[in-house]
Write a protein that binds this ligand. Structure first.
Ligand SMILES: *[C@@H]1O[C@H](CO)[C@@H](O)[C@H](O)[C@H]1NC(C)=O
Ligand SMILES: *[C@@H]1O[C@H](CO)[C@@H](O)[C@H](O)[C@H]1NC(C)=O
Ligand SMILES: *[C@@H]1O[C@H](CO)[C@@H](O)[C@H](O)[C@H]1NC(C)=O
Ligand SMILES: *[C@@H]1O[C@H](CO)[C@@H](O)[C@H](O)[C@H]1NC(C)=O
Ligand SMILES: *[C@@H]1O[C@H](CO)[C@@H](O)[C@H](O)[C@H]1NC(C)=O
Ligand SMILES: *[C@@H]1O[C@H](CO)[C@@H](O)[C@H](O)[C@H]1NC(C)=O
Ligand SMILES: *[C@@H]1O[C@H](CO)[C@@H](O)[C@H](O)[C@H]1NC(C)=O
Ligand SMILES: *[C@@H]1O[C@H](CO)[C@@H](O)[C@H](O)[C@H]1NC(C)=O
Ligand SMILES: *[C@@H]1O[C@H](CO)[C@@H](O)[C@H](O)[C@H]1NC(C)=O
Length: 426
């Protein structure tokens, strides 16, 4: 709550960023293909948001070198979201490897580094210039990180993990109004019309990992259907088609009560932009993820599937909300207080670059920056990424549930399995 109530400050939903990063790219990495292609279609507006700018090197601007492509794209440094207008006077992103000596920080995207065999690394290293490893996917989808390559090599990481120095924070998406917007209080004409427009229950747009997601989200959808909440599945994984681009969600939002924000992996801290489809388009997101929602979203702005004891109880609750408009509309009352801003992508990247600059200054401040990565937790980066410090158990434990460990009928069992089961500890 504290995070997003700061008055008059724009907050951004960071996960959107991942979408945004992905939208500009050409994909050649099998497992990500579908997902990014999908997102590319979903966010046509974002693609236009930043004109292609010429890279101007500057002595005063903080310079970030993208050493690898980004999910196959080599154009990101010169176009798209890594060139946000909003902080163009603060940062320069370059991708020309010959300009390594000009960089203040160097970023490596793990999936691209891997596709090049993990061998394409700079041959010289300035100890004042951090190497940052970007790990955007869930650990379970990335597979084992080669310890002999990654351990001790990087100074910082950029990932979903909250203990990454550069990690998405679901901020900046919610902006507090000076005056409450009373149409979002139940009883307004708007609220009645809003609800009477909604003639359908649950929508889900999904095009990748249709039956192979480690979170078994397809099985969850099937379970909900058997308990009386059929889900209309749009995209390549379902029978329904949706218009390309934002207008897809816009149309869904007119009719549907709920949007299924089901992540493909159940891993500690892992949550992506999916709930924002609900927030931006007037549906209540039903979140299936272990990422922390309470740190970024207003209270009563989503339903957390993993809080329910059984899928039956979740289904019953969704049906209850369908039948009780006043209760349902409580999930929108936060909007009388918070405006949703749509300026997400560029602000997000500005925020990321500011963090990169900050961690760089931290590194330089440590004086003996030599081989910083060997001394911090990334000395064992390959282990770090697959485990977390479980403060309840006071042990290092695995941070992702394997498909065989996921329980789609007893939903809160999944939290217990991750947080309270010492057999999963290392
Ligand atoms: C780059 O520098 C040129 C010449 O100073 C200027 O005209 C141009 O607008 C600059 N481009 C950007 C993106 O700052
Ligand atoms: C990269 O930088 C070098 C050195 O400034 C320059 O000679 C080369 O043309 C640049 N390459 C590209 C693709 O811009
Ligand atoms: C290393 O980087 C720092 C900070 O950018 C810079 O001041 C210094 O000149 C660089 N050293 C070499 C040898 O390039
Ligand atoms: C609500 O609708 C009624 C009937 O159309 C109208 O008389 C009333 O002024 C409206 N109230 C508000 C607050 O707009
Ligand atoms: C309800 O649906 C009508 C027709 O599609 C639309 O014009 C109107 O804006 C909708 N109202 C609300 C509050 O969603
Ligand atoms: C709400 O946010 C939108 C998009 O940023 C903006 O256009 C609008 O003026 C804001 N409304 C208020 C009342 O602040
Ligand atoms: C920095 O490191 C040098 C050499 O190890 C040491 O002599 C010096 O006291 C250190 N300075 C600070 C501020 O820690
Ligand atoms: C799910 O959890 C329930 C309650 O602990 C248990 O009875 C059931 O066997 C579990 N199902 C699976 C597939 O693990
Ligand atoms: C795990 O166990 C602790 C201590 O026994 C308890 O406080 C906590 O609520 C449990 N966590 C879950 C998710 O049930």
């Amino acid at each position: 709550m504290k995070l997003f109530v700061r008055k008059n400050v724009k907050y951004i939903l960071v996960m959107l960023a991942l979408v945004i990063i992905s939208v500009t790219v050409h994909l050649n990495l099998n497992i990500f293909n579908e997902r990014f292609a999908m997102q590319l279609r979903m966010f046509p507006l974002f693609q236009k948001a930043h004109p292609i700018l010429e890279a101007n090197r500057s002595e005063t601007k903080f310079t970030v070198l993208l050493w690898t492509p980004w999910y196959g794209s080599t154009k990101l440094a010169t176009s798209g979201y890594f060139r946000p207008n909003e902080c163009a006077n603060e940062y320069v992103v370059i991708s020309n490897k010959s300009l390594l000596h000009q960089a203040d920080a160097v970023i490596f995207q793990y999936v691209d580094l891997r596709s090049m065999g993990l061998t394409d690394l700079p041959t010289t290293r300035n100890q004042s210039v951090p190497w940052i490893l970007a790990l955007q996917e869930s650990p379970i989808n990335l597979g084992t990180l080669k310890s002999n390559v990654v351990d001790g090599l990087f100074d910082f990481t950029w990932s979903m993990r909250s203990d990454s120095e550069i990690h998405p924070e679901f901020v900046e998406m919610f902006e507090k109004y000076e005056e409450p917007d009373r149409k979002w209080i139940y009883g307004s004409n708007f609220s009645y019309q809003f609800i009477s427009n909604k003639t359908k229950i649950a929508a889900w747009v999904v095009s990748a990992g249709c039956s192979t997601s480690p979170s078994k989200r397809d099985a969850l959808a099937a379970e909900l259907a058997t308990h009386g909440v059929p889900i209309d599945i749009y995209g390549r994984c379902g029978p329904l088609n949706c218009a390309q681009g934002e207008s897809c969600f816009e149309r869904l939002g007119q009719k549907y009560l709920f949007y299924m924000a089901f992540e493909n992996s159940l891993c500690v801290d892992y949550i992506t932009e999916k709930p924002s489809h609900g927030w931006f388009h007037n549906m209540v997101p039903v979140i299936y993820a272990l990422g922390k929602k309470e740190t970024f979203a207003p209270p009563n702005s989503y339903i957390d599937a993993l809080e329910f004891e059984t899928v039956e109880k979740l289904a019953a609750y969704l049906k209850f909300l369908d039948e009780n408009p006043k209760e349902y509309f409580k999930y929108f009352e936060w909007r009388s207080v918070y405006n949703l801003t749509s300026s997400v992508h560029s602000s997000y990247h500005c925020q990321i670059f500011r963090k990169i600059k900050k961690v760089t200054e931290t590194l330089r401040g440590t004086n003996s920056s030599l081989h910083y990565g060997r001394r911090n937790k990334y000395g064992k980066l390959s282990q770090w990424f697959f485990s977390f410090y479980n403060s309840a158990l006071k042990m290092q434990c695995q941070n992702c549930l394997k498909p065989s460990e996921v329980n789609v009928t007893h939903l809160n069992q999944n939290k217990l399995n991750v947080f309270n089961r010492s057999s999963r500890c290392i």
